[in-house]
Design a protein around this ligand. Sequence first.
Ligand code: ATP
Length: 219
Amino acid sequence: MSQAEQRIGMLGGTFDPVHLGHLRSAVELHEALSLDRLHMIPAQQPPLRGRPQVSAQQRFELLAAGIGDTPGLVADARELRREGPSYSVDTLAELRAEVGDQARLVMAIGFDAFLRLTQWHRPERLFELAHLVVIARPGYNDPLPASLMELVEHRRVDSVETLMQRPFGGYLSLELPSLMAISATYIRECLEAGKSVRYLLPDPVERAIEQGGLYRRRE
Ligand code: ATP
């Protein structure tokens, strides 16, 4: 494969905090798509959520601790350096400028995030920059709303091979082998309630949360 056709993925999120659902999905996605690297990019100020309790810098540090030396996964702080809301379309435009117009660029999102895609900033534009790969997530089987169908249906492909024939513009729904019903919401609830989060996130992340006193209920 030429350098120009390298395969680059992006998995954005709040990572509040990063957990094994994110990380195992990232490893399996890296393998399923034969990516050269997958950028995991914490949002500075997620446009569709309230303000997270833990700072963006702390969320990034937890992410970097969680990734450790995992081959092919990159903790990418670029959205932290940008002012204002984090729009994926801006991040993809930056990545596209870096990797050139022939690289296969993939934005991966979980099915829950996918259901809100039409509310994102310039969703049509995403497909001029990247492919969209949607990862199944346990507990989310809702049918696609009509507006979302309209956005993605004509872009649908059924295999990684077909997706990777072009640099951008396709939509693939992917069921990765290890479906994990772990959410950051549940982890924050456990931590607030003083319950164990063992085996939901990597040990270094658990330790950093404990040492920093993060996600504790404020008295
Ligand atoms: P929260 O519970 O706070 O909403 P979350 O666990 O959904 O958080 P996000 O940071 O919002 O985590 O997720 C980042 C991306 O990873 C999203 O596209 C989301 O759909 C996906 N994702 C999160 N958890 C999983 C999981 N267990 N399996 C597969 N994908 C996941």
